[in-house]
Design a protein around this ligand. Structure first.
Ligand SMILES: [Zn+2]
Length: 151
C-alpha cells in the first residue's frame, strides 16, 4: 500500500494531501471546518473524524485510495440513527456523517446516497445536502421545498 503523504495547510498538519485538498476546497466555499477536533468512542472503538463543519453540524471523513476504512463513520451513523445517545458536547445528535472520496464526491456514510454541496438563496451559504434527510438549509434553516436552493 502507498502511504499517505502528510501536508500542512494554513498551519494545520494533515495526514494526507487529500485531506488538505478538502480543507482548501471547503475554504473556497467559505465553509468553516475543524480538523480532527476530538475523538469519539463507541463499543470500545475510537473514532477520530477528519473534519467537523460546525456551521452545518456535519462530520466529514475523507477517504482516498490510500486511506483505508470507511466502517467507522458508517458504524457511528448507524449507532446514532438507532437512537443511541451520543454524549459529545461539540456536535448535536442530528449530526450528518459524510464521506468524501478522492474525486471530491461526498456521500452519506455507509450509503451510496450523494450529498452534494448546495447553495442557499436566503443566506447565500453552501451546505451539504442529503435529500433523504431534508432539503432544509443546514446553515440558516430556510426550507421552501427546494426553491431556496440555487440550481
Ligand atoms: Zn441558508
Amino acid at each position: 500500500m502507498i502511504k499517505a503523504i502528510p501536508m500542512s495547510y494554513k498551519g494545520t498538519h494533515f495526514r494526507s494531501r487529500l485531506e488538505a485538498r478538502y480543507a482548501k476546497a471547503l475554504d473556497g466555499y467559505e465553509v468553516k471546518w475543524v480538523y480532527e477536533v476530538e475523538g469519539y468512542e463507541y463499543d470500545g472503538v475510537l473514532y477520530l473524524p477528519d473534519f467537523y463543519l460546525p456551521t452545518m453540524n456535519v462530520l466529514l471523513e475523507v477517504k482516498g485510495p490510500t486511506i483505508p476504512g470507511v466502517e467507522k463513520p458508517a458504524n457511528l451513523r448507524k449507532l446514532l440513527e438507532s437512537g443511541a445517545v451520543a454524549k459529545v458536547d461539540w456536535w448535536n445528535p442530528e449530526v450528518l456523517i459524510l464521506v468524501g472520496d478522492a474525486a471530491g464526491n461526498v456521500s452519506l456514510a455507509g450509503s451510496d446516497e450523494r450529498a452534494p454541496l448546495a447553495k442557499c438563496r436566503k443566506c447565500r451559504g453552501y451546505f451539504f445536502l442529503a435529500e433523504s434527510h431534508s432539503f432544509e438549509c443546514r446553515l440558516c434553516g430556510a426550507h421552501d421545498g427546494d426553491h431556496h436552493l440555487e440550481a
